[in-house]
Design a protein around this ligand. Structure first.
Ligand SMILES: [Fe+2]
Ligand SMILES: [Fe+2]
Length: 196
């Protein structure tokens, strides 16, 4: 897995970093199921998770630059991408959805543990991201970062403030390239998907 740290942070670089670290999750049909469900405002759960991963990465760059705090970015991105992997429409007005805020971290963790190989940090990120609504506090710095990024993104999405649409576009572009739905043709006829 890559250890790519951009010198100049741009949406392009963030998308590349996010895609490199979370490639197996982003390209899995299970995770892409999250595209079917709305999270906040007009954002799908998939878009929300990509946005949370982006801001988690940004926080981690900031913390490393300012206070030299080391962050496990692979776990950070993978936990962020799966933090809302509950795989249902929480707006469907079923009685059990009234406590969705309390129950979905556990459901997401159960689903993620079933479909992906997770380490302890990734498990903690998913299971504790609703703190303080769920009372057990995060154990790792990566979980605290995702917990904060999640609240920021939820706020922006609820008020329809666009903070991630270009990054989401870049991630979707990379998915299409990886799936062979797009090809970049250069003058000599070669394709260079890895350079995008
Ligand atoms: Fe959540
Ligand atoms: Fe979330």
């Amino acid at each position: 897995m890559g250890v790519f740290v951009p010198r100049h942070i741009t949406e392009y670089r963030l998308a590349k970093d996010l895609f490199t670290r979370g490639r197996d999750i982003i390209l899995s049909s299970d995770a892409l199921e999250m595209k079917q469900f709305t999270q906040h405002g007009t954002s799908s759960v998939f878009e929300h998770c990509v946005s949370v991963a982006k801001f988690s990465l940004l926080f981690s760059y900031f913390l490393e630059k300012t206070i030299h705090l080391k962050v496990d970015r692979d776990s950070l991105v993978r936990g962020a991408l799966l933090h809302d992997y509950f795989l249902y429409d929480w707006h469907d007005r079923r009685p059990e959805r009234r406590i969705h805020g309390f129950t979905h971290p556990g459901i997401a963790l159960h689903n993620a543990d079933r479909d992906f190989e997770l380490n302890d940090i990734e498990r903690d990120i998913i299971g504790k991201h609703m703190f303080p609504l769920t009372v057990v506090p995060p154990r790792y710095r990566e979980s605290v970062i995702v917990c904060l990024a999640d609240k920021w993104c939820a706020l922006c999405e609820t008020f329809r403030i666009d903070v991630s649409s270009y990054l989401i576009y870049r991630v979707n572009y990379r998915i299409a390239l990886a799936n062979g739905e797009l090809r970049i043709i250069h003058g000599n006829g070669d394709t260079a998907a890895e350079n995008i």
